[in-house]
Design a protein around this ligand. Structure first.
Ligand SMILES: [Ca+2]
Length: 166
């Protein structure tokens, strides 16, 4: 049997506040790059902000690369070097473990193309007795061909000014 005098007990009031709401998404920032435009360079992004309102506060920020990617804790600038179109997602996690709902995650698009278009001549060289018809095909499998130009020269020495033809 255990007995104790009433003075052995102390009482403490705990304020229990439930936080069941995820924070708003952080911002995805690029240095000198505009989301959704093509570039020939690697792209770096940083995350900042997000708000948990009057909730438990933001514990950490996370990002993932492509919708099938894995949420990764953010600590410093992230560099994307993969050619093609890459979607970046960002969310925040609060101190209660709630996350920004998927539908409210921040998104941005990185578009990298480091490869020049392929140019094909048909026929490619040859000797012609009379007029020659040559087709030129330009293909770019990443960002596509925006425009194409050609020059021609009467000798085997290319013109010095590539904007002229002779
Ligand atoms: Ca919250």
């Amino acid at each position: 049997m255990v007995s104790a005098a009433a003075t052995d007990f102390t009482y403490t009031n705990y304020n229990v506040t439930a936080d069941t709401t995820g924070p708003t998404a952080p911002a995805i920032s690029f240095g000198g790059y505009t989301s959704g435009t093509w570039t020939t360079q690697n792209i770096s992004f940083t995350l900042s902000g997000g708000s948990d309102g009057t909730g438990s506060g933001i514990q950490k920020l996370q990002y993932k690369i492509s919708s099938a990617g894995t949420w990764t804790n953010y600590s410093t600038a992230v560099t994307i070097s993969t050619e093609g179109e890459t979607t970046i997602y960002a969310r925040a996690v609060d101190n209660a473990g709630n996350v920004t709902p998927d539908a409210q995650a921040a998104t941005a698009t990185a578009k990298i193309d480091k490869t020049a278009p392929a140019v094909t001549f048909n026929p490619n060289g040859g000797t012609f007795n009379g007029d020659a018809s040559i087709s030129i095909t330009c293909v770019d499998s990443v960002s596509g061909v925006a425009s194409s130009k050609y020059i021609w020269a009467a000798s085997s020495t290319p013109p010095a000014d590539t904007n002229s033809k002779r």
